[in-house]
Write a protein that binds this ligand. Sequence first.
Ligand SMILES: [Zn+2]
Length: 373
Amino acid sequence: MKFSDIIGNRRAVERLRDMIDNDRLPHALLLHGAPGVPKLALARAAAQYLHCTNRTPDGDSCGHCPACLQHQTFNHTDTTFSFPYLKKDDASTCADYLPQWREFLAQYPVEDYQAWLTILKNDNSQPRIFVKESEAILNRMTLSAYVSKYKVLIMWLPEKLRDDAANKLLKLIEEPYDDCKFILVSDDAKAILPTIFSRTQRIELTRPCTEETAALLERTAGLDHREAIALAATADGNVVEAMHLLDSKGENIEFHERFVTLMRLAYSRDLPRLKAWSESVADFKREKACRFLAYAARQVRENYIYNLRMPELNYLTPQEEQFSTRFAPFINAGNVEQLQTLLDTAARDIRGNANARIVLFDTAVSTTILIKR
Ligand SMILES: [Zn+2]
């Protein structure tokens, strides 16, 4: 992981690079920010830069030296990862999960806690960082660095440290060995034990903007610019969410077809076919039906904006826009809010266990009235 791979957050990258260039990386640094922001990625990039023996003139790791190669295969001798895990027995530590952890880092360039739970095959028990892991950290950190000036411990989600595990680490974090750097990476800094939190220097990361997330989607998924912008806007700067949306692109196409059908049938007031339509959407699982309604509400908003002829405010895929060229005039100041409320309320009712068939048919019937306003 190089600094140039980090999405957005240029100021945080600059600060870290400066710290390392000037040999002023604090012994306990906390990178924190909302889920879906590439914080673990930045911690990895910082460790790689710290260890790289051939840094580039523009201030990045080289990607080719032995240290970089070890980092890129998640195998660096002086870098240790600590993360929430499930206790197999009383002796369990993160070391038991290294194959899964490496698979996780390889698959998810931006950390995704839900994906980690899936890899752990979590059966509803809460992954934590347990006291045995703290003991293992103490043991590792007493050994001096093998090949580098500094050994690094990257701890992902210190808010998952059990109290006894956190207490074991306090002294080490307060009075660390000279060659020892802690980088803590948190989704929720407020949930970290205050005794740990207060011993760290902190850098807060922010959500990348739509353009930055879109650039990532173009680069990694080969989307065209407009498609990438549409997905990135929906994800609102949450890179993990953008990746999930990418996975569900097929679902979006399906949702668009349902949305077009609803609007066409509502316009022609074809009640028998609207009834069949509402039954077909009700056959989705509850959560999927709610995702569809959220999609439909967003399409209503996008079509209203489309009428303003301000493409920089519009986030439509090419297929969606093709429909909007004819459909957008039907969404206007007289119905946009009511349609959105109608769809939001339907989703809320379905989540609250109302009969989805009845709710969706009511929604379809109300749409026939609103669409003619
Ligand atoms: Zn290097």
